[in-house]
Design a protein around this ligand. Structure first.
Ligand SMILES: [Zn+2]
Length: 148
């Protein structure tokens, strides 16, 4: 069973819209394993970061103030990772899911735009890519390169 199954449609399908919204917010604000992995890796690389900058557009998962770098750790399912096998569309209730995915993608794009306008660099780390820790290190190194 894939790890993302617990976040999948089955568990929350029977909820009212309000309950479903609450469930999604809970999922979103959890210290998910992918996010922890990014934190541990950044820490190991000696990169200083902050969490929970809800005042910034899109509430980035990690912020590296020295590099003015905002990092998002995106689940492939919720954020519709293009071409990724984890970004499956549920087979039922398409009238619910498709607009929801579209809204998430749109919100992500708006947040990235807004951050860039504010002079932030944005790095999106996809859940599926985090299996490759050396690659994660390379991505973080590239994004924080060029300033002490
Ligand atoms: Zn993916």
């Amino acid at each position: 069973m894939p790890r993302s199954e617990a976040h999948g449609p089955g568990r929350i399908d029977n909820l009212s819209p309000d309950q479903r919204r609450a469930a999604m917010q809970a999922v979103r604000s959890q210290n998910t394993r992918p996010e922890l992995l990014v934190r541990q890796t950044a820490h190991r690389m000696g990169l200083r970061f902050r969490l929970g900058r809800c005042d910034l557009p899109g509430s980035p998962d990690l912020v590296f103030p020295r590099y003015r770098l905002a990092v998002f750790v995106h689940g492939c399912f919720w954020h519709t990772h293009t071409g990724c096998s984890r970004a499956t569309t549920p087979r039922t209730r398409l009238d619910y899911w498709l607009p929801k995915f579209a809204r998430t993608v749109e919100r992500d794009a708006r947040a990235e735009e807004a951050l860039k306008r504010m002079g932030w660099k944005v790095l999106v780390l996809w859940e599926c890519s985090l299996r490759d820790v050396p690659e994660l290190e390379r991505q973080l190194a590239r994004a924080t390169h060029g300033r002490d």
